[in-house]
Every structure is written in C-alpha cells, then in structure tokens.
Design a protein around this ligand. Structure first.
Ligand SMILES: CC(C)(COP(=O)(O)OP(=O)(O)OC[C@H]1O[C@@H](n2cnc3c(N)ncnc32)[C@H](O)[C@@H]1OP(=O)(O)O)[C@@H](O)C(=O)NCCC(=O)NCCS
Length: 193
C-alpha cells in the first residue's frame, strides 16, 4: 500500500521551481533529444568523443536510460512558457553508500546562461538530500566548460579532484574536474544568513 507514494516521492511527476519545472520524461521528448545530442557543440561540452552520438545511440540512451528505471531523469521546462529545454538526471544511485552521479544538458542554445541550469540543479540536489536522503552527489565536468563549472559552484558543488590531461580538445589537453556536494554542506546553505 505504501509503495506507490514512496515511489512517487522518489521519482515525482514534477518538481516545481521559480523559473523551471522538472517533469518526468515522455516518449515524445525523444525528438528534442535527437536534436540536442546530434549537436556538435553539445558533444564538445559533454563527450570524450568529438563526434556527436549517432541517431541509433541517442535512441538507445533515451529508451534504456532516460525512460529506464535505474536512471532518475527529469525533463527541464521553462515554467512560464512550458518550453522543453533540456534534461537532468542522477545515475549510479547507490543506496549502500548514499551517493549518486549528476548530469545535466540544456540542449537549446538560446536557453544557456539564463539561470535555468543552476535552478534545475538546485532542485535536483534538494530532491537528492530530502526525498532520496542521499549523503553525496558527485559530477564530472571538462575544465574548459566554464559556464557549467560556475553553475555547479553556485549550487554548492566543490572541486574535489582533477583527472589531469584527461581530454584533448581544441588543440590541447584539459583536466576532467571532479566536483561533489555533501548533505551537510547543502543543509548549511539552507540556513538563513
Ligand atoms: C552547463 C549548463 C547546465 C549551465 O546551465 P545555464 O543555465 O546555462 O547556466 P546558468 O545561467 O544557470 O549559470 C551559468 C553561470 O556561468 C556564468 N558563465 C557563463 N559563461 C561563462 C564563461 N564562459 N566563463 C565563466 N562563467 C560563465 C554565468 O554568468 C553564470 O554565472 P552567474 O550567475 O554568477 O553570472 C548549460 O549551459 C548546459 O547544459 N550546457 C550545455 C551542456 C553542458 O555543458 N552540460 C554540462 C556538462 S558537465
């Protein structure tokens, strides 16, 4: 009897913020995924490989991960207009150790730099530390992705390590930055002052 509410708390229909709403993905979002993940600039910022994902790979990722049970993925909508702009998710949800890995892609270029990514991330972290009762949320980001690093820092993520020269891009090597936020750090940020 309690399974349904518990499951809903774990994977809610929607998480509502001031400017964005996160909702469970629907099958029709595949069309947007196709556009986002075949974009060379999105690939540059998110993939080790230079080439974007192929159509087959995008379909596979969408059906197995985004719509699958092991991945907590939510679509990002601008609240005012209900426009779908991206996706965010937890993978490697590890109940034994209270940890997860965070991912986000705002696929629509014109939606970059408006605060939507930071807000979506803040909502997901709040969900992680309240509903999922996680202890740690981690992520990786390429050193050259200054916008992403700044957005994560604004949400309280701290740099905890660097995989030196892990990626060759734009003619040189860059580090892969490892960042994380712990539950107590997030809680401390919720206190006024
Ligand atoms: C990374 C991403 C989620 C960030 O979301 P966003 O909505 O674009 O970012 P926000 O507007 O919330 O915050 C960006 C911050 O970086 C700053 N910024 C933007 N460009 C910057 C740059 N080139 N250098 C340094 N800071 C930059 C902005 O000023 C803002 O900080 P501020 O609020 O202190 O002014 C989004 O841009 C995205 O999905 N990009 C493509 C895919 C990607 O990179 N995913 C992450 C892979 S790890």
């Amino acid at each position: 009897m309690t399974l349904v509410p518990e499951r809903q708390a774990w994977r809610p229909e929607a998480i509502v913020g001031d400017r964005v709403v996160l909702r469970r993905h629907r099958g029709e979002n595949l069309k947007a995924f196709m556009r986002w993940y075949s974009d060379p600039e999105v690939a540059r910022l998110t993939r080790y490989q230079i080439e974007p994902l192929t159509t087959d790979e995008i379909q596979r990722v969408f059906h197995s991960r985004i719509m699958g049970a092991d991945f907590l993925a939510m679509a990002i909508y601008i609240r005012d207009t209900d426009r779908l702009i991206g996706t965010c998710a937890f993978s490697q949800l590890d109940g034994d150790n209270g940890s997860a890995l965070y991912h986000i892609t705002i696929g629509e270029h014109d939606a970059w730099g408006h605060g939507y990514g930071s807000e979506a991330t803040a909502l997901m972290i709040a969900h992680a530390f309240t509903q999922l009762t996680l202890h740690r949320v981690a992520l990786t980001v390429f050193e050259f992705n200054a916008r992403a690093i700044r957005a994560y820092e604004k949400c309280g993520f701290k740099v905890e390590g660097r995989a030196r020269d892990a990626i060759f891009r734009d003619g040189r090597f860059w580090a892969e930055i490892h960042m994380s936020i712990l539950a107590e750090e997030w809680e401390a940020r919720q206190k006024p002052g």
